[in-house]
Design a protein around this ligand. Structure first.
Ligand code: ATP
Ligand code: MG
Length: 131
């Protein structure tokens, strides 16, 4: 498992690159690599912009039936999200964004888990499986 800090825009670029390399090395198709990198980019940017910075963890996993997957875990200790259902809605933003980062990311991956509480930070785990 690799751990990367998210404290700047440069860190977000490094996370993207690391996810791309890991996905390519573990048999994800070019299209799936791009989907996962796009999701990683949105989630890392949320960690930076809304969460005040945090950490990305990148892990290669195996399913019981032998498939390989790449799991990404974004965590921060920022303000958290009061209403996660609302935050996941297309077009909902608390700021001036498009409000498509979370909802778009969810559609690009195979597994998506958002947990957050006001004052307790935010955690997002996503998985993309090779097919
Ligand atoms: N890590 C986080 N910490 C706190 N709030 C978050 C976090 N991630 C998302 N949010 C909240 O969820 C909302 C929706 O996130 P989403 O990424 O979909 O949209 P956005 O970041 O506002 O715009 P963009 O389309 O540019 O990503 C954000 O506006 C913010 O209020
Ligand atoms: Mg966003």
């Amino acid at each position: 498992m690799d751990e990367l800090p998210i404290r700047s825009g440069d860190d977000v670029v490094r996370v993207r690159q690391h996810v791309r390399t890991t996905a390519a090395a573990n048999g994800l198709s070019l299209v799936d690599q791009t989907k996962l990198v796009t999701a990683a980019s949105e989630l890392a940017r949320n960690t930076l912009v809304h969460g005040g910075g945090g950490v990305a963890r990148v892990e290669v996993i195996k399913s019981p039936n032998g498939r390989t997957g790449v799991r990404l875990h974004f965590t921060d200790e920022g303000p958290g999200i009061a209403d996660t259902d609302l935050a996941l809605r297309d077009g909902w933003t608390s700021g001036t964004g498009l409000g498509l980062g979370l909802s778009g990311s969810r559609r690009l991956v195979d597994e998506f888990e958002l947990s957050s509480k006001p004052g307790a930070g935010t955690s997002v785990v996503v998985v993309k499986w090779s097919r």
